[in-house]
Design a protein around this ligand. Structure first.
Ligand SMILES: Nc1ncnc2c1ncn2[C@@H]1O[C@H](COP(=O)(O)OP(=O)(O)OP(=O)(O)O)[C@@H](O)[C@H]1O
Length: 791
């Protein structure tokens, strides 16, 4: 893999203390960090005590990085694998294991044997602490066993933020934490009796655990920090921290203690705040680096190109995240730059039951098996419970699978992986199924208070974003019973209903927007909303204008007449005849009946080519023989009563004029015919060419991000698509050559020109279109309009 310029620059930056590498999902942050290890090792590790530490978030990630390098076939693999071999200079470790080791040191020093408290004990101790504290604070309503979950989380948050004193808690901005669990009417005001009481509960809780020789993870982290502080021994000359947006304050301070400052040492934070998914994250919640003692001004680098996912998946994922003002306004928010890697838009399905969802997974995986190894497929859900259920179902259907456990994840064996959204951070798979994106589950609807719920929404939105951005090629999303509100926020134009069909998922249409109402008898029928959605799809996705659509189209079946719900009529030789017919049923009522009707209509009429049956959930497309096909054809220019979207192309080289019809943006064909001729040349490939602006607008920059629009051309007409762009003509200096104001000219970017070529020349920062005429050592730029003079 060849790093891009910015990535290489970061890898080879001269170390100068703390620095921040931020970037969008899949922009190569981890890749860069790993490559930098070798660079640092070679150039900035010359003293005998120099060592490098790379910190990963969890064990799944650590093993995953190892697995990625083992798979790579080029020199990266060797350099990567060397890192994982036992190496005196480089340690790669998870933050948890580093802190646990320090905690063990603490125990050994004091000859203590402390155990991590199991959840039921934690709950029991908290309830005891609440009762004890209630004696001193009888008026504080929050001190009730029913709020034990909230108080346990509050205690954890305090520990994670290194809040040890009442005064600190009284004045703390509880960033990332909501005020209560809905049952607590009051906000946790600063310097209040309420905070004092909560602090007291937390102290009592800690003491109760201590008496039993128990400790929580977060308390253990704090002890580890204190222990390492006692030793005061910086160990590593260079530290690289992956996923640093999700570390707690205590974890960050612990790593600071491990850092050995030297003239050439470095501390690299690798972060993407958009992927910060834990309440206790310190920096990911937007706190400045100064809160941990570092000034990052002028020390941050940004990676914005997403290499992992296709443009279609990134666009949908970004659409989700962009809807949250809170996330967008974060100082470290990075807007992704899309690379030109196109693929299938995300597929979204809605199911009435979990069984239907499972059946869909089984069917789809059985089809995907032809193109993908099972190990390239991963199913992701919010909670373990949902994953376990699917794992059992897949097993019964004969699809081998593994639930990726935190401890020993196995990426090698050829089976489908199942993992929670939290644990998939940093990983990637070719195919991702994000399941159970259900209302109430993501985001969790826990707070009555709107502001509190917004805090939860932001975190959960990021979680779903993390899930979506794990897919290399294909992303499936599904909901059961009621879709998550996040799904509704993603514009339907970014989603599809089936893998190989252009149809977008069902979306309810308000009655005010119903089309073809003059042909309707009952606006209120339950089928109508499905029909209206399909009408919209036929129009917007497949390009069939409403004039071609007829509702309740009669089909003569022997002696009786049937009426199909929609017929798409197309023109041939001035005559309209049905091309596609559709049967719709009530939402979720199944398609069997509709399919049966369709087949009989297709047989009886004999003219239509395609049939479509849907209930908004299921979709079946068949051909006139009743065989299932993947998709419907899009509307083509010759289907229309008079040709639409016709464009004229003048080839200035051979002075021939052509006509071509672009049916639709997503059509993969362009039909071309020479003007005045009847013969159509089929051109099977089309290319997109960016329209960069107008000729007079200055120097055209051929950068993917900056174009106004795209125009489509037959591939054969373009020498090299990557070096071709279009400009709109603004003046009339070339009218003599047939180029009029308002025309679009197709330009090939090249460094040389031949005499007589029409060129876009840039003179004094201004672009102009002229005829190129070299005259000895001078160049004459000629207009082709008698009224203008040569330059
Ligand atoms: N310059 C590049 N050319 C091609 N592929 C690249 C390049 N840089 C990174 N990649 C690939 O992009 C994918 C994402 O890289 P990586 O995991 O390092 O990104 P990341 O920024 O750490 O992602 P995330 O934050 O989402 O975990 C990997 O498959 C990696 O191999």
């Amino acid at each position: 893999m060849k790093l891009n310029v910015e990535q290489r620059r970061i890898v080879e930056l001269e170390p100068s203390g703390p620095m921040l590498v931020k970037g969008v999902a899949g922009s190569g942050k981890t890749t860069v960090a790993i490559r930098r290890i070798n660079f640092l090792k070679e150039h900035y590790c010359h003293e005998s005590d120099d060592k490098i530490l790379m910190v990963t978030y969890n064990k799944t990630l650590l093993n995953y990085i190892r697995h990625q390098y083992a798979r790579m076939a080029d020199s990266d693999a060797e350099s990567g694998l060397q890192l994982f071999a036992s190496d005196a200079e480089v340690d790669i470790s998870t933050i948890d294991s580093l802190m646990y080791k320090e905690f063990m040191r603490y125990q050994n020093r004091l000859h203590k044997k402390i155990e991590i408290a199991p959840p039921d004990q934690m709950h029991k101790m908290m309830v005891q602490a609440i009762h004890l504290a209630k004696k001193s604070y009888p008026e504080i309503k929050l001190l009730s066993p029913k709020n034990s979950k909230f108080l346990l989380e509050e205690e954890e948050w305090m520990q994670a933020c290194a809040i040890r004193e009442l005064e600190t808690y009284q004045s703390a901005d509880r960033i990332g934490r909501a005020s209560g669990d809905g049952s607590t009417p009051q906000k946790l005001l600063k310097n209040s009796k309420l905070r004092e009481a909560i602090f007291e509960v937390c102290m009592l809780y800690k003491n109760l655990l201590e008496k039993e020789n128990l400790i929580t993870y977060k308390q253990m982290n704090l002890l580890a920090l204190e222990e390492i502080g006692r030793r005061q021994t910086g160990k590593y000359t260079h530290i690289l921290i992956d996923e640093s947006q999700d570390l707690t304050r205590v974890q960050l301070e612990f790593l600071k203690e491990l850092y050995k400052e030297k003239e050439y040492s470095s501390l690299m934070f690798v972060a993407d705040n958009t992927q910060s998914i834990y309440t206790q994250s310190w920096l990911g919640k937007g706190r400045p680096y100064t809160t941990i003692g570092y000034d990052m001004s002028g020390k941050s680098r940004t990676l914005s190109k997403n290499y992992r996912t296709t443009t279609e998946i990134s666009t949908a994922a970004f659409h989700l995240i962009e809807a949250d003002e809170h996330i967008r306004s974060n100082v470290d928010f990075v807007k992704p730059a899309l690379i030109d890697r196109h693929g299938h838009p995300p597929i979204y399905r809605f199911f009435l039951t979990s069984d239907q969802q499972l059946q869909f997974l089984i069917n789809e995986i059985n089809i995907l098996k032809n193109d993908y190894a099972l190990s390239e497929i991963c199913i992701v859900a919010k909670g373990n419970r949902y994953i376990e259920n699917v794992a059992v179902g897949l097993e019964q259907a004969g699809i081998p699978n593994t639930v990726l456990q935190r401890s020993e994840p196995d990426f090698e064996s050829d089976n489908v992986k199942l993992v929670t959204m939290h644990s998939i951070k940093g990983l990637e798979f070719k195919v991702i199924f994000l399941i159970d994106l259900n209302s109430g589950l993501i985001p969790m609807e826990v707070y009555a208070d709107e502001e509190d719920q917004k805090t939860v929404d932001s975190d959960e939105r990021k979680l779903m974003y993390v899930g979506m951005t794990r897919a290399n090629e294909l992303l499936y999303m599904s909901s059961v019973k009621k879709p998550s509100k996040f799904i509704k926020e993603i514009d339907r134009k970014h989603l599809r209903m089936k893998k190989d069909a252009a149809l977008r998922p069902f979306q309810s249409i308000s009655m005010a927007e119903y089309q073809l109402t003059n042909q309707l008898v009952d606006l209120h029928s339950k089928e109508e909303v499905i029909r209206q959605w399909l009408i919209r799809e036929l129009k917007e996705t497949y390009g069939y204008p409403l004039e071609l659509l007829e509702l309740e189209f009669p089909v003569q079946q022997f002696s009786k007449k049937g009426y199909c719900d929609i017929a798409v009529l197309v023109y041939s030789g001035g005559q309209a005849s049905p091309y596609i017919i559709a049967e719709v049923k009530r939402f979720g009522s199944g398609t069997d009946e509709a399919l049966k009707q369709l087949k009989s209509y297709l047989e009886a009429d004999g003219r239509a080519f395609y049939g479509i049956a849907t209930d908004g959930l299921e979709l079946k497309i068949i051909d006139r023989n009743g065989e299932e096909v993947q998709d419907l054809p899009k509307c083509r220019a010759q289907f229309l009563p008079e040709t639409k979207n016709k464009q004229q192309y003048l080839n200035l080289k051979n002075n021939r004029q052509y006509e071509y019809a672009v049916d639709h943006d997503e059509a993969d064909q362009i039909e071309v015919k020479e003007s005045g001729q009847e013969v159509i040349m089929q051109v099977h490939e089309k290319v997109r060419v960016p329209l960069l602006g107008n000729v007079a607008a200055g120097i055209p920059i051929l950068a993917a991000e900056s174009f106004e629009a795209e125009i489509y051309l037959p591939r054969d007409w373009v020498v090299s698509p990557n070096e071709t762009f279009a400009l709109t003509v603004t003046g009339d200096s070339m009218t003599g050559a047939g180029i009029e104001k308002g025309d679009q000219v197709i330009v090939h970017q090249q460094t040389t020109a031949s005499s007589g070529d029409i060129v876009i020349a840039v003179i004094d920062q201004e672009a102009t279109m002229k005829k190129y005429m070299p005259m000895g050592s001078n160049i004459l730029l000629m207009s082709e309009n008698l009224r203008t003079n040569p330059l």
